[in-house]
Design a protein around this ligand. Structure first.
Ligand SMILES: [Fe+2]
Length: 669
């Protein structure tokens, strides 16, 4: 350990001008391989001596390795090569590549400016795991998300559902694949920040998101030139850094994770024909992969689905038609197992198919197994030959429901075994010779499941009269959810008793509030520095608590009963230097539910969820007994100095007889 320390302790000669900047994005992980990873973060001004300190978890914590100097690429809007496209002018992006790492090893890391640790409290650990060696059979879990980038509640609930699922099963995600449309509506730098980096912040610090560009990112980024906020956000392999063949482009690339070979393609603004550079690279990459013989599983992902009748039609829209007609044959010739896409705001999962390239799509002669693939409901998993065998069956999934959702599907695609119109994401688990995939909805309920088992030599006979989906196949929002048929996804957090403490925002302090039934125009009201006086809606100032009836309100909102259900309050506050950020918490007396935002991030909701038609649903709760919610888990969002907390207070019904929103902040003794 010590010898590596000496070799890598090359301190950066970074031009030092002005104060050390605060972290404005990240740190987040990119481009993980068995021996390397890239850590990216942004500051609002240059650091004097940017460095990443890291060490293997099992190793001696004192023997931290340092990556700095030449190992860190620094980019600004004025960089001579590859300047940041539309980031604010003070933004500096650091891309630190750590190399010489051990495969399949958990490391902890921290971002430093010289001796000063940035971003997170000293003892809050950030971690990453390097990829297993190519060819290694390793139990692997993938999270697949599409069309998530709204920045709104559904996106947050889908994310929370995944986090609860991994916590309850004790199996973390190893890979995060995003199939595009992660920053509505134009993929600007600011939209990336608000709709991707902030909502997924906790996940991105320890899990690499491997992305494919969607059309909404394509509004501000150019896939041919590789420039724009999308390409600034991601550091993708261009030179086979993570396995696979060098593509020379961040728009399409491949990587290995143990014995899984993954391929990301750009279906939006590149040539999709077999003669195009992308298809020729794909053919060569797959040929090389099979020649090497290390991969047992092949997964490809991109934005525009080859098969869909959700909110887009794969029979009539050119990018979808071309990905099917030109790209699917190449993939199937090399034995692809799974194809993942988004764009259509729905979940659609096919039967085991092969050779479905015709336009319009037909089930004739292309279905190899028309069963559910779900061993739990009496079905059989799909069977395939061991390894990557050509023309042995593919499952295609459209998973464009990670934030956006269609109200109505335009039709029933004949190749689909399962169709769900609800928000969610897809989880894939690969364990030895079995791949299992399931759709996890925003409540955390499983809505579809199938498995592929590989072994020996399997030959299929085309199913002559296959099972056909019909108008009864789609599950609508909330349908069939165990325990809560048609039920809402109510989010609740178990409160604690109020501890002995010192006030941080004392009870009955003054807050800015917005009542009268108006909604904030944008999410800016949750940000530090928001000026309520500059807004169209009439923000006022009053003492907490807010509400009506039940005689517990210092600021009475007299017009609320019978007229509207939501109230917004915000307050900036200062955390003194030396305060333990993990001891800060929210005490609150409330009726009925609330949503908390800290420094622009929505952090949790209590008694608030989404109803089946997309409306907010609130469970009832009576005030009178204040509760306590530790913010320990969110300490990384807090900082010494100025912060802001913003709350939405929600009533169950418009005619509810009372409302209470009486929060204060404290520091546990
Ligand atoms: Fe799209």
């Amino acid at each position: 350990m010590k010898s590596i320390l000496c070799l890598t302790l090359l301190l950066a000669a970074v031009p030092a001008s002005g104060e050390a900047g605060g972290i404005t994005r990240g740190p987040y992980l990119q481009l993980a391989a068995p021996d390397r990873i890239t850590i990216v973060w942004r500051t609002d001004g240059p650091l004097k001596e940017a460095a990443v300190r890291f060490h293997p978890k099992a190793g001696d914590p004192a023997a931290a390795l340092v990556s700095s100097g030449d190992a860190i690429r620094i980019r600004t809007g004025k960089s001579p090569s590859s300047p940041l496209k539309d980031a604010s002018k003070d933004t500096v992006q650091y891309e630190a590549t750590l190399s010489g790492l051990a495969p399949d090893t958990l490391y902890s890391y921290a971002i430093h400016d010289g001796e000063t640790r940035l971003a997170v409290p000293e003892d809050l650990t950030l971690t990453f795991r390097t990829a297993p060696k190519p060819g290694t059979a390793k139990s692997t879990r993938l999270w697949v998300v599409g069309d998530s980038g709204t920045g709104a509640l559904h996106q947050a609930l889908v994310h929370e559902a995944m986090r609860r699922h991994t916590a309850s099963t004790g199996k973390p995600m190893d890979l995060y694949l995003h199939v595009g449309d992660m920053a509505y509506s134009r993929g600007t730098d600011e939209q990336f920040q608000k709709n991707f980096f902030l909502p997924y912040e906790t996940t991105l610090s320890h899990l690499v998101c491997w992305a494919a560009m969607g059309n909404h990112e394509g509004a501000s980024s150019n896939g041919n030139k590789g420039v724009g906020p999308y390409f600034d956000a991601y550091v993708c392999p261009t030179n086979g850094e993570a396995g696979g063949l060098a593509s020379g482009s961040e728009s399409y690339y491949s990587f290995d994770h143990g014995n899984i070979h993954c391929i990301a393609l750009n279906s939006y603004d590149l040539d999709r024909t077999p003669e195009g550079a992308m298809a020729r690279w794909l053919e060569a990459d797959l040929t090389q992969t099979r020649e090497k013989g290390q991969a047992r599983w092949l997964i490809a992902f991109w934005h525009h689905p080859p098969y869909s009748k959700g909110t887009h039609n794969s029979d009539t829209e050119k990018p979808l038609v071309e990905m099917r007609e030109h790209i699917m044959p190449i993939l199937e010739r090399h034995g692809v197992d799974l194809v993942l896409a988004g764009h259509s705001h729905i979940y659609e999962r096919s039967m085991l198919i092969h050779g479905a390239y015709a336009t319009p799509s037909t089930a004739d002669g292309v279905i190899l197994d028309d069963g559910t693939g779900d061993p739990r409901d009496g079905g059989q998993p799909y069977q395939k030959s061991a390894g990557l065998v050509p023309a042995n069956g593919t499952v295609s999934i459209t998973t464009g429901h990670g934030g956006a959702l269609g109200r109505k599907n335009i039709g029933i695609h004949p190749l689909m075994r399962s169709i769900v119109m609800d928000h969610g994401s897809t989880v894939i688990e690969i364990e030895g010779d079995t791949l299992t995939a399931y759709m996890l909805d925003l409540r955390g309920a499983e809505r579809d499941r199938f498995a592929i088992v590989k072994g020996g030599v399997v030959t299929h006979t085309v199913v002559a009269n296959p099972w056909m989906p019909d108008a009864t196949t789609p599950q609508r929002t909330g349908e069939g959810v165990e325990g809560s048929p048609n039920g809402p996804a109510i989010s609740t957090v178990t409160p604690l008793p109020i501890p002995a403490s010192t006030p941080l925002i004392p009870r009955h302090s003054e807050w800015d509030y917005l009542a009268g039934g108006a909604e904030p125009e944008t999410t800016a009201w949750t940000d530090l520095g928001f000026d309520p006086s500059g807004e169209e809606e009439a923000w006022k100032r009053g003492e907490a608590g807010f509400g009506y009836d039940d005689d517990d309100d210092r600021t009475v909102i007299a017009d609320m009963e019978g007229n509207y259900t939501t109230l917004y309050i915000r307050r900036e506050f200062t955390i003194p230097e030396g305060t333990d950020l993990k001891k800060i918490g929210l005490a609150i007396d409330y009726d009925d539910g609330f949503v908390v935002h800290l420094n622009g991030r929505r952090i949790f909701a209590q008694n608030v969820g989404i109803e089946k038609d997309g409306e907010v649903e609130v469970d009832s709760h009576s005030a009178g007994k204040p509760e306590y919610f530790s913010l320990k888990e969110h300490a990384a969002i807090l900082r010494h100095g100025l912060n802001v907390i913003a709350l939405e207070g929600h009533n169950t019904r418009i005619d509810s007889s009372d409302l209470t929103l009486d929060p204060w902040l404290l520091v546990e003794d």
